[in-house]
Design a binder for this molecule. Sequence first.
Ligand code: MF3
Ligand code: CO
Length: 255
Amino acid sequence: MISIKTPAEIEKMVVAGRVVAEILQTVKARVRPGITTRELDQVAYRLCLERKVKPAFKGYHGYPFSLCVSVNEEVVHGFPSERKLAAGDIVSLDFGVLQEGYFSDAALTIPVGPISPQAEKLIRVTREALFAGLAQAQAGHRLGDISAAVQERVETGGFSVVRHFVGHGIGRALHEDPQIPNFGESGRGPLLKPGMVLAVEPMVNAGGYEVEILSDGWTAVTKDRSLSAHFEHTVAVTENGYRILSQPDSETPLF
Ligand code: MF3
Ligand code: CO
């Protein structure tokens, strides 16, 4: 069942989304060659304590950290570690909080120093695929319209959509109905209604779509070890289009 949030609930999710976006912005600003991925997790965790919010991922099905940090061929759920980021890497940061009973979730991929033209294109196409999907997040459209739009943008860019992981409804739980695949057919699936809140999150590989999970039980990597990128926003479906909830208070958008 896809829950419909009241305007008052949406306003609470705006607050949770603001915290997610502002913490992610701070973490993002710390990314540079030489920083360890654990330091990025520690920045996120400390800001959660300061702002008195719960890091949504820590302890979720046993996930041990506040932040997911996925480097290069890592798709999602990368463990923060003593690994130092290096110029030429791409790094995906995925983060969520629980604030006053509501979750928010967002992710982005950024370059570390100068990166290859192919990596630049992968990041650009993945971000564009998210926004192509969000453009379909309108009352009266169907869930498959989002999935198909994401897939279309990715595949015309020459990349492939990860099938093993999906986006999701979000609210009082981190993962609510519906599941939101990043591939599919327009005109199919549940009708979108005002008050639905969705976390749309394309994961895009430069090579094949297949992934495998490393022996830590979490880190997903591309099977062919090609690069992978990930963008995610929490959005509300409104009477007129979508509203991004995972956005900072400032003028500058998260991405
Ligand atoms: N953005 C991811 C998701 O919504 C992050 C989950 S990581 C986990 O599924 F540790 F919480 F599982
Ligand atoms: Co998510």
